[in-house]
Design a protein around this ligand. Structure first.
Ligand code: GN1
Ligand code: MG
Length: 357
């Protein structure tokens, strides 16, 4: 890894390289430098099986970080290097380096920032405001972003993948998951509402982050949000993506892969704080149809994640990193339990949003 890093223009001398974070897709390492005044770095192996067009991936990320940096500069923001990611250029003039079959990239580590797997309502409020701002800042990006994973948050497509997996039954696991498949099918029509509204022309796509789980945000010591990380999936999508996926991760009283389903439920105070923050910063550009469907978005993402985890389980675990053989099934059940809790809270969510407006 030392020789890998040497292809990027780092300041300082590499002291050590250690695993970092808990992402399910890429492999991430922290590169510590010896000199106290040199920055530390983050080294990442890009999951090339999932992000097949690395050139497009990095050019999206460069466009997004460049645009946000300009916005922050124009606004006279202080401490900009902690508020937007900075990717290093490698010897080939690109922001990635290919070694054998692997693609690597290096970014500057943001000092004194924290990530969390769970948040309190105050942090959740800041997170809502931050995602609203993120979408607002990217509203006038001059570049056309590619879909780094085509149909990433397309519910119709995700259901088709699940149905294809069921038909193939590659790992012989379909029989055991019948009951949950039935629950999924019962909701399929309702959950594909966004695609229908889009086809009818009433629901737009905007540039979204598309992986807004809570551990993809960097918080400052005071709970304010420094920046949003993990920009691989920034692409045009429905605003439901960012709103819904944050709540899926942050408003779950249990873990994404909780084995004890009694721990899993939807936390209304996190929902309320996040929604207040989000609407404060996004209300000026959101359409009524987008606001009206925020409770739908809160249900859509546990549902979609349930479909994706289950499809991966049925396929024999080819996509997500797993720690034990039933891991994807445990994740599926936990997401389904969360969905049920969201469904129970839907009238209360609607009432809360109406109150805010
Ligand atoms: C993956 O890479 P990571 O762990 O931040 C996934 C998301 C899922 C999430 C579930 C490219 O995100 O879509 O919501 O796992 N990213 C990709 O934890 O598939
Ligand atoms: Mg991540």
């Amino acid at each position: 890894m030392n020789s890998l890093v040497s292809h990027f223009r780092l300041q300082g001398t590499v002291q050590d390289i250690k695993p970092l974070g808990a992402g399910l897709i890429n492999d991430t390492y922290k590169v510590n430098t010896l000199e106290p005044d040199a920055p530390d770095y983050v080294l990442q192996r890009i999951n090339h099986a999932i992000f097949q067009d690395v050139e497009m991936l990095q050019s999206n990320i460069e466009a997004v970080t460049r645009h946000i940096r300009r916005k922050l500069e124009a606004a006279g923001t202080d401490d900009i290097d902690r508020k937007v990611l900075h990717f290093l250029t490698a010897d080939n003039g690109k922001t990635y380096w290919k070694e054998g079959d692997d693609y690597w990239r290096v970014m500057v580590f943001i000092p004194r920032a924290k990530t969390y797997e769970t948040v309190n309502p105050q942090f959740s409020y800041h997170a809502g405001a931050a995602f609203g701002n993120f979408q607002a800042m990217l509203a006038d990006i001059p570049d056309t972003l590619g879909e780094t994973i085509p149909d990433f948050h397309n519910m119709e497509f995700r259901l088709k993948q699940l149905r294809d997996a069921v038909a193939a039954d590659a790992a012989g696991r379909v029989a055991e998951v019948r009951p949950i498949l039935d629950e999924i099918e019962r909701r399929a029509d309702e959950m594909c509402k966004a695609e229908r509204l889009h086809r009818e022309g009433s629901l737009p796509k905007r540039v979204c982050h598309c992986d807004t789980k809570v551990n993809n945000m960097m918080f400052d010591e005071d709970g304010s949000v420094l920046c949003v990380i993990d920009l691989d999936t920034v692409m045009p999508s429905f605003i439901f993506s960012d709103y819904g996926d944050f709540l899926r991760s942050a408003a779950n009283t249990g873990l994404e892969d909780d084995k004890d389903l009694n721990n899993v439920s939807f936390n209304m105070s996190i929902f309320e704080a996040f929604t207040r923050g989000y609407l404060e910063s996004a209300r000026s550009f959101l359409l009524p149809i987008e606001i009206e469907n925020l409770p739908y978005a809160a249900a859509l993402f546990p549902y979609m994640q349930c479909v994706r985890f289950l499809a991966d389980y049925i396929n024999g675990d080819t996509y997500y990193k797993i720690q034990y053989p039933e891991h994807n099934l445990v994740r599926t059940k936990a997401q389904f339990k969360l969905l049920q809790s969201v469904e129970e809270h839907t009238p209360a969510m609607k009432a809360f949003i109406a109150g805010l407006l």
